[in-house]
Design a protein around this ligand. Sequence first.
Ligand code: ATR
Length: 254
Amino acid sequence: YVYVAFNVKKENLEKAVSGMRSLNMHGLNVTMPHKMNVIQYLDQIDETAKNIGSVNTVLNKEGILIGYSTDGIGALNALKYNKVSPSNKKIVILGAGGASRAVSFNIAKESKELVVLNRTVEKAENLVKDLSSLLGKSVNVKARSLKETNLKTELEGADIVINATSIGMHPRENETPINPILLRPSMVVFDLVYDPFETRLLKDAKKVGAKTINGLDMLIHQGASSFEIWTGKKAPVEVMMKAAMAKLKAKKEK
Ligand code: ATR
């Protein structure tokens, strides 16, 4: 196999996807801004991808194009890789965009309680509504606005805190979604942002002695899941991790 990147304009998405059939390409990863729009051009959509409403992986199975979403599984596997289990935990997730939806759908069913905080509270409410209709009453899910007072209350009993907003992402590296005084050593702090590799949030969390997980781990694990969908073989996660670290480092030195 070879893995290559194509920059596809919005107006060319349909042709790019059908080119997959004519060129007999075995798989595709799809990223922003095409994750939602690509769905209409595929033949089958996996259940998780349907629930989340986005596809990041396409498998060409003898001419039938099947869409999957591995973003959430990537986050779940990144937690497991770092020896953190979401089961029976209170999880607080910041953000209600595409990344948060993918992670929430995969993590909620394993957790005890999931709180979604978002600047636009309606988006958090919609996500919680979708989660509740899928999971029923088995998991306690709720939506709140991303305000310091709410953060203070919700972070009190939190075991795992996930930043799924873009706060802290390059070039606004000085920003953080959580006032450091709210962080505690017993928390696991997981930031989906991978550029910078260590965000201000993760630096603050480390300072108080909390366990931290960075966005590169999720990026690698979602890629690993895609690899497994395409090849049916176990992905070489350590090799992928090293290659990604080397690329990021080279980019920084440029
Ligand atoms: P992604 O696919 O990476 O999730 P997205 O769908 O654009 O990208 O979502 C970005 C998330 O970051 C949203 O939850 C957004 O909050 P809103 O829904 O209120 O827009 C959040 N976000 C981005 N910048 C923010 C900021 N400065 N303060 C608070 N939240 C922010």
